[in-house]
Design a protein around this ligand. Structure first.
Ligand code: NDP
Length: 321
């Protein structure tokens, strides 16, 4: 019998894991296995910044495994303005989850990092060995340092107690249940929302920047399957990049074109180069993942985007806008 607690279970990635567990055939590679109970926790069940609430959550469900997704996540603006909050909240959440897991005998924890943890100045493509090779970008150093320390903690738990705590590093994620708030959303949900409003209000759709930067995107439901696989089959403390290949980068222009197509947007659309582009590219290698998982089929980008757009349209009223 195993009880798998997914912290942050109500967010973009948590909802995707729940979808896969609910829809894949029972007993199949990514489906629910006999004897498994999956718990998807929201912050209303316990604020994980608080050690007592974390303890109560673990006492309630008695997890044997934890997929730790809960985090204070935000866009560039929020990260720049609230560096200490991002550092402190995420440090507290991560420490409480790992320490409570340790105290209560959880047999395995996978914590979710991000490619934001990588050094600003580093040789590309990113891989699992380069996390600590230099300072992260100044704009998000609070969030990045808090996340990096999870890798430090995982190694310390392993060395001191033999714990099976590890981490995953996804690239840019998108899918149903994303955050579409124009102040804090990531690029895909922000563009979807802007396009949606331009269509509704019959106004031009203006995209900030040149459209040239390249990004690696992973569909949340593909990522969910990779988390489920990692939980069952990957027992190493070293982090694992969960991503499509670095040869599958797409430009912001390609993303915008795909959104315009999926939304049937026929109005005016242009780029505003006076707005910053951010980093031009930060490719991450998925070689280690592919060498371990064997066959895995990623959903084609346009199909994943189309599904995400349809979800957003159908759920606009209740989405995080
Ligand atoms: P979301 O913002 O969609 O969801 C965040 C989740 O964390 C929610 O379930 C939220 O609960 C929970 N949470 C936030 N604060 C607390 C708290 N104090 N106590 C308990 N739970 C809390 O995040 P994503 O699904 O996008 O991200 C999941 C993980 O993936 C995070 O660790 C993030 O850093 C990482 N990541 C995300 C990327 C992306 O592109 N989105 C890219 C790379 C990594 P509630 O809603 O109930 O408040």
């Amino acid at each position: 019998m195993s009880v798998i607690l997914v912290t942050g279970g109500t967010g973009l990635v948590g909802k995707a894991i729940q979808h896969v567990i609910d829809t894949e055939p029972q007993g199949s590679r990514f489906g629910k296995k006999e004897g498994e109970t999956w718990i998807f926790a929201s912050s209303s069940e316990g604020d994980l910044r608080d050690a007592t609430q974390a303890k109560k959550l673990f006492e309630k469900y008695k997890p044997t495994h934890v997929i730790h997704l809960a985090a204070l996540v935000g866009g560039l603006f929020a990260n720049m303005k609230y560096k200490l909050t991002f550092y402190r909240d995420n440090t507290l959440i991560n420490d409480n989850v790992l320490y409570t897991s340790h105290l209560t005998g959880v047999t395995k924890v996978i914590s979710c990092l991000s490619t934001c943890v990588y050094p600003d100045k580093v040789e590309y493509p990113l891989d699992e060995t380069k996390i600590h090779l230099g300072l992260p970008h100044e704009s998000n150093f609070g969030y990045a340092h808090a996340k990096r320390m999870v890798d430090v903690a995982n190694h310390a738990y392993k060395d001191q107690f033999g714990s099976n705590f590890t981490s995953a590093i996804p690239t840019n994620i998108f899918g149903p249940h994303d955050n579409y708030d124009l102040e804090s959303a990531h690029v895909i949900p922000a563009l979807m929302h802007k396009c949606y409003l331009a269509q509704k209000d019959n106004t031009p759709f203006i995209v900030g920047g040149t459209g040239k930067p390249l990004r690696q995107f992973i569909y949340s439901r593909d990522l969910a399957k990779l988390f489920i696989w990692q939980l069952r089959e990957y027992d190493d403390v070293e982090p694992l990049i969960l991503s499509v290949g670095d040869e599958e980068e797409v430009s912001v222009k390609q993303v915008t074109d795909a959104i315009v197509k999926a939304m049937n947007f026929t109005g005016e659309y242009s780029f505003d180069p006076s707005r910053g582009d951010g980093q031009f590219r930060k490719p991450a290698s998925n070689k280690k993942l592919l060498s371990l998982i064997g066959d895995f089929e990623f959903t084609p980008f346009e199909q994943a985007l189309d599904e995400s757009v349809q979800w957003f349209r159908q759920n606009y009223e209740n989405a995080r806008t």
